[in-house]
Design a protein around this ligand. Structure first.
Ligand code: DC
Length: 226
């Protein structure tokens, strides 16, 4: 069994379920690294938007992905050396990322990139297919869910902080469409891994979700020692 500092932990779930908040909290608590794979799909969306490429043009997508120069520097995402962290959070890039993420050339290219980034343990990786496809051998897999209304309310509060004035209804519509895209695509659809621990955070504040996650971490890391 790996030591407490060396687990690979995945957190999957739909948009707005609290994955980012919890992944960061968990990584901070355990002193692990954090990998935001949604940001990688957003970077692809940003690149294809810049180059005016259609999200269903597989040939062009393959070329964009082959040329993709992306890296995380601390928690900033650089594309071709330029910090695009805030530019990938617009509603347009959000929907484009969901569309592009259903395409085979994009998933193939990002699979290799993600596995490379996750080579060393001591990592919390968040996304849609972390536990099912990218890191099926992960030590601990969580699937975080919440009602659509709750997810829209959370996103609304978060957007308000960023001066994005989308209404709750519009956010809910976008989330519904994204759930539909992300769950029904042929390749690596959003779903819990068979061995995932499912946590519904609709009525649970983040610190209680964290507590539950840490209990599982400690159960796993202490099972032979504590
Ligand atoms: O987590 P996010 O909202 O930043 O993700 C943006 C889009 O990227 C999401 O709609 C689906 C896609 N995505 C994916 O298909 N697989 C992942 N592992 C992460 C994100």
């Amino acid at each position: 069994m790996p030591s407490a500092q060396q687990l690979l932990i995945t957190i999957d779930g739909p948009a707005g379920a609290g994955k980012t908040t919890l992944s960061k909290m968990l990584a901070r608590d355990l002193k692990y690294r954090y990998l935001d794979t949604g940001a990688l799909y957003r970077a692809v969306a940003y690149a294809i938007r810049q180059q005016d490429i259609n999200a269903d043009d597989d040939q062009a997508l393959a070329k964009v992905c082959a040329d993709l120069q992306i890296e995380f520097v601390e928690d900033r995402l650089l594309l071709d050396g330029v910090d695009i962290s805030s530019r990938i959070r617009t509603p347009e890039i959000t929907m484009l990322a969901s569309a592009a993420s259903a395409r085979l050339p994009v998933r193939k290219a990002l699979l290799g990139i993600q596995r490379k980034m996750g080579q060393r343990k001591g990592l919390v990786a968040e996304g849609r297919d972390m536990g099912t496809v990218v890191f099926p051998e992960a030590d601990l897999k969580f699937f975080l869910d919440a009602s659509i209304r709750q997810r829209a309310l959370r996103r609304h509060a978060q957007y308000a902080e960023d001066n994005n004035e989308q209404s709750i209804e519009d956010i809910e519509t976008d989330i519904r469409r994204r759930d539909e895209n992300d769950s029904n695509r042929d390749i690596a659809p959003l779903r819990p891994a068979r061995d995932a621990i499912i946590i519904d955070s609709t009525r649970l504040p983040a610190d209680q979700v964290l507590e539950r996650m840490l209990t599982h971490v400690h159960q796993l890391t202490c099972s032979s020692k504590c």
